[in-house]
Design a protein. Structure first.
Lengths: 132, 339
């Protein structure tokens, strides 16, 4: 035993005390990769279709966990700029016409919020809309 | 969501199984043997099965559709649709011939319809990309415009006895659904406000299909073969059917604005020729934006069916996350207009 080189046996530090690794996000990623790389290639028809949806759902979950904190911080800043406390409050003020004289400003702020949602839900969706 | 072939074993269920089908068909076709019963699609609101019905005289390929199990608000839709199909057929709209329809039990229970099986493709991505459908694609905008003109021309009195909504104020109708869901989405409120401020005058109310787009159209090598999925047909402004197929979701990843195939100009011209209606680009764009909001709210509602435990379908759960796509499209489209 004393002759074995153990210098690279050290494990990466855990981020999810008191739990063991892999963490929640790492587990989800592992399942997604297992579906995409091992199970999907051998499947067909409805099963293949469902597995694609499943893998995609797991990717959304991973992105939400990764970006949730920074997105929530950015959302707070936008709410402050718009002088609202949360989304229901913003909805109510839009309905009441509070931003009718600042429609373009509101439009840009909403786009910032939606961009965060889309970055998590479907990042391949971003592109300009062409003219009719 | 697109349909995807699904091959499940033959069902011997007491209702909607092969034995049950044979009894049902005996009343109409005489002694019938049912074989090759396979489930075809993973459509969100109904099950679709294909089978062969053999009688002494002939063997026919038929399609059975059944209301989705466990979703009471959908009960009756297949039976109602079969009555609409018969009227559409009599009025020159390309649709499958109805063999029979009814309820699994008492009226109000799950309903079914049985129609002839027509040849062709419904999967939008295949229609848009496979070389096999290239010739069909060339005339498709015109085919769709022609079918829509025929649908919009049907005398509303033909539908007496069929419960159809008459949507005089489409924004109010959509608002009431959105408000009932009680899940505020500021971008939807923004879009409602813009749509209300820019609403074109609604000049007439006709019979409308309500979900006219690729995925609900059967295409064969020469073009449009049949218009399917009439479950949300109603009365309203006919231009909504044109705007709906321009919604980005129904371009299925293609760039072309109308159904992923053509331009506003082509659609307006063809529909004008067939219907005599002169549609402006502004009006069509308003209905496209309305359609985007409508699809966004449908995504919210369908995702809600999962959130409330009415379905455990992963496909429906995932639709909940498509709300953001529509919010993005709404903001982009409105930005273009106010620029």
């Amino acid at each position: 035993m004393n002759n074995v080189d153990m210098s690279d046996w050290g494990l990466p530090s855990r981020t999810n005390y008191p739990y063991d690794a892999p963490s929640a996000i790492e587990l989800i990623q592992a399942v997604e990769e297992c579906i995409t790389e091992e199970v999907l290639p051998g499947s067909a028809g409805a099963t293949k279709w469902k597995l694609r949806i499943a893998a995609n759902a797991l990717k959304i979950a991973v992105r939400e966990i990764e970006r949730g904190n920074s997105h929530r911080d950015a959302l707070e800043t936008i709410f402050n700029d718009l002088e609202v406390i949360d989304e229901p409050d913003l909805s109510r003020k839009i309905k009441e016409g509070d931003y009718d004289d600042r429609f373009e400003m509101l439009q840009e702020k909403l786009l910032s919020i939606v961009a965060m949602k889309l970055e998590v839900a479907n990042p391949s969706y971003f592109k300009s809309v062409q003219n009719p | 969501m697109e349909n995807q072939a699904e091959f499940l074993p033959m069902s011997n269920d007491t209702v909607f199984g092969a034995d049950w089908l044979e009894l049902r068909l005996e009343e109409i076709l005489g002694i019938t043997e049912v074989s090759k019963l396979i489930r075809l699609s993973g459509g969100a609101n109904r099950e679709t099965w294909s089978f062969e019905a053999s009688t002494k005289e002939k063997c026919q390929s038929l399609i059975m559709q059944i209301d989705r199990d466990g979703m009471d608000r959908l009960n009756g839709t297949c039976e109602r649709e079969s009555r609409i199909l018969q009227i559409a057929k009599l009025n020159g709209v390309p649709v499958p011939t109805v063999v029979t329809s009814g309820f699994s039990g008492a009226p109000g229970s799950r309903s079914f319809s049985i129609t002839e099986k027509m040849q062709g493709e419904t999967i939008a991505r295949k229609i848009l990309r496979d070389t096999q459908w290239q010739k069909a694609r060339e005339g498709l905008i015109h085919d769709m415009a022609k079918a829509l003109a025929a649908i919009h021309k049907i005398d509303k009195r033909r539908f007496v006895g069929i419960e159809l909504s008459d949507i005089r104020d489409p924004l109010l109708s959509l608002t009431s659904i959105y408000e009932a869901l009680n899940d505020p989405h500021p971008t939807f409120d923004f879009a409602f406000r813009w749509l209300r401020a820019n609403q074109p005058e609604i000049s007439e109310s006709t019979f409308v299909h309500g979900d006219f787009r690729l995925g609900n159209l059967l295409i064969d090598s020469s073009g449009l073969n049949a218009v399917l999925d009439w479950e949300i047909a109603q009365f309203g402004d006919p231009i909504q059917d044109l705007g709906w197929m321009c919604v980005r979701a129904w371009r299925f990843g293609n760039d072309q604005r109308v159904a992923g195939i053509g331009s506003y100009h082509e659609l307006i011209d063809s529909y004008g020729q067939e219907s005599g209606r002169n549609v402006s680009t502004t009006t069509l764009l308003w209905w496209e934006i309305f359609g985007t909001l409508r699809w966004g709210i449908i995504c919210l509602q369908m995702g809600g069916d999962f959130r409330k435990g009415r379905t455990n379908s992963l496909e429906i759960a995932a639709i909940g996350r498509r709300v953001a796509e529509n919010e993005y499209d709404l903001l982009q489209a409105i930005r273009e207009v106010i620029k």
